[in-house]
Design a protein around this ligand. Structure first.
Ligand code: ATP
Ligand code: MG
Length: 137
């Protein structure tokens, strides 16, 4: 099934100048439907990761996600959600498989280079969080 998913290149990877390499890796697997660079406010980052509001790392996560610009993309392709999660690798880069984005570009479990929607229901909320209908042609 053709799906759409939300990808974020997080502030650590943008800061390190790895965005171009990450985009090139993504383009080998999936189509980029829409892309933009922005700097989240604390309220925006907090709302985006609201599902983690009760976690001990929430404050750290919001601080990190607002520490610099990010690049957000809507990706499309056959089974895009699970395929992009596979390309990303495990949340903890020490556990990420060889060749994955987190293995190549992430420094730690908190600063882990990329985000991807984890299920169709999540993608259905996360894509419109960043992109309007007119931006998703
Ligand atoms: P993402 O949602 O960013 O794609 P994920 O789905 O692999 O990552 P989640 O469990 O949803 O992992 O956690 C969201 C983000 O919160 C992680 O990507 C990471 O940046 C941060 N995080 C998760 N666990 C920890 C932790 N134990 N300590 C610090 N930060 C964490
Ligand atoms: Mg997640």
């Amino acid at each position: 099934m053709i799906q759409r998913t939300l990808s974020i290149i997080k502030p650590d990877a943008v800061r390190a100048g790895n965005a171009g390499k990450i985009i090139a890796d993504i383009e080998k697997e999936l189509k980029i439907v829409s892309l933009k660079r922005l700097h989240l406010t604390k309220a925006q980052a907090g709302a985006f990761y609201a599902v983690h509001a009760e976690k001990p790392f929430y404050q750290e996560l919001v601080e990190f996600m607002t520490s610099g610009p990010i690049i957000v993309m809507c990706l499309e392709g056959e089974d895009a959600i699970v395929r992009y999660r596979t390309l990303m690798g495990a949340t903890n880069p020490e556990k990420a498989a060889e060749g994955t984005l987190r293995k190549k570009y992430a420094a730690s479990v908190s600063e882990n280079a990329v985000h991807g929607s984890d299920a169709p229901e999540t993608a259905a909320v996360e894509v419109p969080f960043f992109f309007s209908t007119c931006e998703l042609i």
